[in-house]
Write a protein that binds this ligand. Structure first.
Ligand code: GH3
Ligand code: MG
Ligand code: MG
Ligand code: MG
Length: 333
């Protein structure tokens, strides 16, 4: 036998019958079986009781003055819906129409008078048991639904955290612009694309002038602030969505400009110099100017099979070195 945690120790039976004697006999018989009993003499009384209390099963007489059993059953179903206790109709009516009607209005089962006690006992037990099993199943389904929802929510959070981690892995912690890893990935991607499309790729490398002296003069923290300011300026200097500004190293920055000629890159580099100059970051330790300056190296290439990313970077680095040895605060190609 299936045991459900929804099974009460003493299930409550509501007897609805206008015959007092029958109610009494039923009560005695069912109490012996361990049930608790409630009684209603009319359909109205039954409806009233069920408004406040939910018996585990209703034994409902079909023939009663006032609301008869069929209407009472229908009304109970209407009012209580899914929460309606199972209804076992007990009646002397044996004709097909009455039996059909009983099931039509929602009765769970139907037995006839005179009551066959052994049958009633079994019917009541069967009905109650299947109700508990159903309740158990519903409960399990609901629990599974909840678990699934929780799992989905957790997965969503994990996915978000994962995306955030991936984003953070490509961002420089200090300046909040792209980091070296992002630079490498993006350069490789654009290199391949522009090789296919046979379009120019420009790279600008920038290095702050006398930045060691800046740190020595104003402290490392001020140096950090200065790097943040320069990073921000650089992002203001590029206009195309495909352009990428990255922190390349300590006080070095790189700009990847896809589909951009040397002239275009030169324009960007000039804008960088202009905006940095306008920002007037005081730098008394600098030998070239009393404010912060930077040196820039530009290179442009239409990627082809004999060329490489390493060569591209080395060429830009060489140009940057030229800018340094030729006096800093300048652009070299
Ligand atoms: P040059 O004009 O030749 O580029 O001289 P420089 O002093 O800028 O170059 P050098 O390579 O000698 O020094 C770079 C300095 O940048 C030294 C280093 O402490 C500083 N630096 C690198 N990364 C950071 C950083 O994250 N924060 C700060 N505050 N300073 C940094
Ligand atoms: Mg009756
Ligand atoms: Mg440097
Ligand atoms: Mg430097």
């Amino acid at each position: 036998m299936t045991h459900s945690k929804f099974e009460p120790t003493h299930p409550v039976i509501l007897i609805v019958d206008d015959e007092k004697t029958l109610r009494l006999v039923l009560r005695r018989a069912m109490e012996r079986e361990g049930y608790r009993l409630m009684e209603a003499a009319t359909g109205e009384e039954c409806l009233e009781i069920c408004q406040q209390f939910r018996p585990d099963i209703i034994l409902l007489d079909a023939m009663m003055p006032g609301i008869d059993g069929f209407s009472c059953c229908q009304e109970l179903k209407h009012r209580l819906g899914e929460n309606c206790p199972p209804i076992l109709m007990i009646t002397i009516l044996e004709d097909q129409a009455s039996v059909d009607l009983a099931f039509e209005v929602g009765a769970t089962d139907y037995i006839t008078k005179p009551i066959h006690w052994a049958v009633l006992r079994q019917r009541v037990r069967r009905i109650l048991q299947s109700c508990w099993v159903m309740a158990e199943l519903k409960h399990q389904i609901e629990r599974e639904r909840l678990l699934t929802a929780q799992l989905e929510e957790t997965n969503q959070k994990l996915e978000q955290a994962n995306q955030e981690l991936q984003r953070l892995a490509l961002i420089d912690g200090l300046t909040q612009i792209s980091n070296r890893r992002c630079f490498d990935d993006y350069l490789q991607q654009e290199w391949k694309r522009l090789k296919r499309e046979q379009l120019p790729l420009s790279l600008i490398l920038c290095d702050l002038d006398f930045f060691k002296a800046y740190n020595d003069t104003y402290g490392h923290q001020a140096g950090d602030e200065c790097l943040k300011a320069v990073a921000y300026i650089l992002t203001e200097c590029v206009y195309r969505p495909a352009d990428l500004v990255a922190r390349y190293g300590g006080e070095e920055f790189a700009l990847i400009l896809p589909n951009t000629t040397t002239e275009g890159a030169l324009e960007v580099a000039q804008r960088v110099r202009k905006l940095v100059k306008e920002k007037m970051i005081i730098h008394q330790g600098s030998i070239v100017e009393p404010y912060l300056t930077l040196s820039l190296g530009i290179t442009t290439v239409i990627p082809h099979p004999e060329a490489s990313i390493e060569q591209l970077i080395a060429t830009a680095d060489k140009a940057l070195y030229q800018a340094k040895v030729r006096g800093r605060n300048r652009i070299e190609i």
